[in-house]
Design a protein around this ligand. Structure first.
Ligand code: AMP
Ligand code: MG
Length: 337
């Protein structure tokens, strides 16, 4: 079995091809970079429309497969930016029709946990999903993935990008802030907004900009921002582990590329006797291979849809979709349906 997956929820458009053992046969992607400021959904979608045919040829060549050897077409149905999602879904529908193959809608957040789960070999890990637009702590319970905690304002990556751009930098801010933070050492106090298993970043943004205006060195500011924001994420992940009596954590999303975040979460998890796993960077960020792999799981569970039922869902919640491929017993959450 070989499944092709299309990712196009935000900046990245990507096509991946995987086999039934989750071996990545091909992965071709391209990122829309706004000339300045944040992402414009229509412009990003135009970029994806132009790039997807190129990426398709590249992926098929890299995988050494012909269309005849593809057994399913998966695409990210949501959550994401409407115009970007529609660009990917349109290509997926066209391929499904042209090649007469099942069409497999996939939830983007679920695909981050499924690729990390299969790569790590951990049967029932908690996912800390830290990306541009999403920040969630997710675990499986009774047929679905449940959001145990999340940001109540912006995603962690959007916060880092906004801060960096306000300081005069360019998108994406996260990696540049990471490089800056490595040179810093003084920890300035910043708002630490943890509310149960949820977090918020807007107060942190305002306070960080105020520190910058007071002339705090950029490296120390970056160090303080990373320390505070990643401690918040580590704390809510630990609380979710404790409540669910779980041990293992996998990471996903662009911000999960961050070494500081990885080491803080790893220290917490190992102290609790568990294992922390972060996929290689090309499978941590948005990518078509995770969509393809989750599409394969969906195919096995009979979740293919006709074109008439393949509308994108920009606000699709992680717990809106079923995950019947998960053992009903594993990670079941008593009392939750
Ligand atoms: P995604 O939304 O998953 O495509 O990831 C994009 C986000 O990840 C952007 O907000 C980036 O700034 C952020 N990002 C990428 N690499 C890093 C890093 N090393 N440290 C922190 N943030 C990062
Ligand atoms: Mg993502």
């Amino acid at each position: 079995m070989t499944v092709l997956g299309i990712e196009s929820t935000a900046h990245t458009c990507s096509i991946g091809i995987v086999d039934e053992g989750a071996k990545v046969l091909a992965l071709a992607g391209d990122m829309y970079k706004p000339p300045k400021g944040g992402i414009h959904p229509r412009e990003a979608a135009n970029h994806h429309v132009e790039m997807l045919p190129v990426l398709l040829e590249r992926a098929l060549a890299e995988a050494h497969v012909s269309p005849k050897e593809i057994d399913g077409i998966a695409f990210a149905q949501g959550p994401g930016l409407g115009p970007c999602l529609r660009a990917g879904a349109t290509v997926a529908r066209a391929l499904s029709l042209a090649w007469d193959r099942p069409l497999l809608p996939v939830n983007h957040c679920v695909s981050h946990i499924e690729i990390a789960r299969v790569l790590s070999g951990l049967d029932d890990p908690m996912l800390l999903y830290a990306s541009g637009g999403n920040t969630q702590v997710i675990a499986y319970g009774r047929g679905r993935y449940r959001v145990l905690g999340e940001t109540i304002d912006v995603g962690i990556g959007n916060f880092l990008d906004k801060l960096w751009i306000a300081l005069g930098g360019t998108f994406p801010g996260g990696p540049q802030l990471e490089a800056e933070a490595r040179k810093g050492s003084s920890l300035y106090p910043l708002p630490y907004s943890v509310h149960g298993m949820d977090v918020a970043f807007s107060g942190l943004l305002t306070a960080s900009l105020a520190l910058a205006n007071q002339g705090v060195a950029r490296a120390d500011l970056a160090f303080s921002v990373e320390t505070t924001a990643y401690a918040m994420l580590t704390e809510i992940t630990e609380r979710a582990l404790a409540h669910r009596q779980m041990k293992h954590v996998v990471l996903g999303g662009g911000v999960a590329c961050n070494e500081r975040l990885r080491s803080m979460v790893r220290a917490m998890v190992e102290e609790r006797g568990g294992t922390m796993f972060a996929p290689p960077r090309n499978l941590c960020v948005d990518n078509g291979a995770m969509i393809a792999w989750t599409g394969e799981l969906a195919r096995r569970s009979g979740l293919a849809v006709p074109i008439s039922a393949s509308a994108v869902d920009p606000r699709q919640r992680t717990d809106k979709v079923r995950a019947p491929w998960r053992d009903q017993g594993a990670g079941a959450l008593p009392g939750v349906n």
